[in-house]
Design a binder for this molecule. Structure first.
Ligand code: ZN
Length: 505
């Protein structure tokens, strides 16, 4: 390889790292905004974030990067399409082309508006008053429509936005993947609702002191190998995980003294995201090979730890005695079987983040339907509460009593995250496929989990998924790791077996 090509490549990697460092400052400010920033800091924070978004955008569209991309694409470095250099050039080209299509003014306007909208959404949600959020939603939908037009698309403007979260996915493709899952879930749910078996959910709403919940959650996070020397756990309204950079991954949860499951499973969920971020290769920091593939793959990791591991019987064979020791007043008279059934209670409910494994995806399908309609203009933001409630009643047989438990519950739209929701269902699908494969490759996985041995599974995920960075796109990675393209089958089969047995249906 001629030295000059190597030098060009090193310069290219240096520029990518600088961009990532700058972008990680936005991540840190975003984390602070959700955790410790005082209320009156919101306007100043919006200015900081808009400035940084503009700077990152300028770096991504810098003529020097474009020039380097052009030269490197013609070089021998591209001979092996899966080599580090080829992957980094290919994925940077994708991001750079996307960024170049959006005018800088629009980028800054979206960053400023969504940063301000966040606070108005919090207020509107607290008061259950959609009218406070409506002007912001209108502005955001209009900005996102402009963004989709600027980006360009094939079939549907929604595809342009979706591509930001799940590169390569289209709404038509997702429709095909989701439809058989929707009918399988509707059928399973109907049988469960009609079953005489009821989970003893009362045990989870006894008194669980918040400080004990925190200690127990931390202990479990550590046990599944979330690294607290390279991470933090804090409290927010809406749990999340943000990877600031190598050695700094932050997760959050929320506590309710009379709801053990809410905080505990949020912690496991966010740990799954955190373990992915902590497992990225620091040598490739700032380049696509050191980055997560997509939100769908990210969510597969959180769902795997939260549900496929964390709601399994073997997991609680190990942790239930420790839970009884941590919460003697609440759990001393509870049997493991009853506790396991309680954490796997299935019933139609209003809040997505608190919903069970069977109904969860139905919440996503509703949002997917409404978002697509918002972006093409078939649904006006002002009509969202009414249409939400009607659609919810159609799918769940319940009508949300207020917008707090309806269209105001999620943070995503206030942050401009239109196109984000379907990645949750992709995560459930991908996660089920990965977990089924891990079961084959790791042998006695259930026995390992029951002994509290989480290292083999974590190392398997590190090697097969985390260390691969963006070598493959989401759907390709699933096929490479599991030998099968993404499908609803692993998830539908898992749910059918597990809940068929728990509910005797
Ligand atoms: Zn998640």
């Amino acid at each position: 390889m001629p030295a000059s090509t190597q030098q060009l490549y090193e310069r290219f990697v240096g520029l990518l790292r600088e961009t990532e460092l700058l972008d990680s400052c936005s991540s840190l400010l975003g984390w602070d905004q959700e955790t410790y920033m005082p209320e009156r800091g919101a306007d100043h924070r919006a200015e900081q974030l808009a400035l940084l978004a503009g700077m990152v955008h300028a770096k991504r569209t810098d003529p020097e990067i474009k020039g380097l991309l052009g030269e490197l694409e013609q070089s021998k470095l591209m001979a092996d399409p899966q080599s580090a250099a080829a992957v980094n050039v290919r994925e940077t080209r994708r991001v750079c082309d996307r960024a170049s299509r959006v005018p800088p003014k629009l980028v800054e306007e979206i960053a400023r508006t969504t940063s301000l909208a966040r606070g108005h959404w919090v207020e509107a949600r607290k008061k259950g008053d959609f009218s406070r959020f409506l002007p912001w939603l209108e502005k955001i939908v209009s900005l996102k429509q402009q963004e989709a037009e600027a980006l360009g698309y094939g079939d549907h403007p929604y595809d342009a936005l979706l591509d930001d979260y799940e590169p390569g996915a289209t709404s038509a493709g997702l429709g095909k993947l989701f439809e058989p899952l929707r009918s399988a879930l509707a059928d399973l749910l109907q049988r469960i609702v009609n079953s005489p078996t009821q989970a003893p959910v009362e045990v989870l709403t006894r008194r669980y002191p918040v400080s004990d919940q925190e200690a127990f959650g931390r202990m479990a996070a550590q046990a599944i190998h979330f690294d607290f020397h390279g991470g933090r756990l804090d409290v927010t309204t809406h749990p999340f995980c943000t990877g600031i950079g190598p050695g700094d991954t932050r997760i959050t949860t929320r506590y309710d003294e009379h709801d053990l499951g809410n905080s505990f499973f949020s912690i496991l969920h966010e740990c799954g995201h955190g373990i992915y971020d902590q497992g990225l290769d620091p040598q490739h920091y700032g380049t696509p090979l050191g980055k997560a593939v997509s939100l769908g793959i990210h969510e597969s990791q959180s769902r795997l730890w939260e549900n496929y591991v964390g709601r399994s019987r073997p997991f609680w064979e190990h942790f239930f005695p420790q839970a009884q020791a941590a919460f003697p007043d609440a759990l001393s008279d509870v049997a493991l079987d009853d506790f396991h059934r309680a954490v796997n209670d299935v019933r139609p409910s209003f809040i997505r983040t608190e919903s069970d494994e069977v109904t969860y995806n139905l919440h996503i399908f509703l949002r997917f339907e409404l978002e697509r309609a918002l972006i093409v203009g078939d649904l006006k933001p002002a009509d969202v509460p009414g249409v939400w409630n009607e659609t919810f009643e159609r799918d769940f047989g319940l009508r949300p009593p207020d917008d707090r438990r309806g269209c105001l519950q999620d943070i995503h739209w206030s942050g401009g995250g239109i196109g984000y929701f379907p990645t949750y269902t992709l995560g459930n699908l991908y996660g089920a496929q990965f977990f089924a494969r891990a079961r084959v490759e790791l042998g006695d996985l259930d026995a390992q989990l029951a002994r509290g041995e989480f290292a083999p599974l974590k190392s398997w995920l590190n090697e097969k998924i985390h260390r691969q960075g963006q070598r493959w796109r989401g759907a390709e990675l699933v096929a490479v790791v599991t030998g099968k393209p993404p499908s609803h089958e692993a998830l539908a089969g898992y749910l059918e077996n597990k809940y068929g047995e728990l509910y005797g249906v």
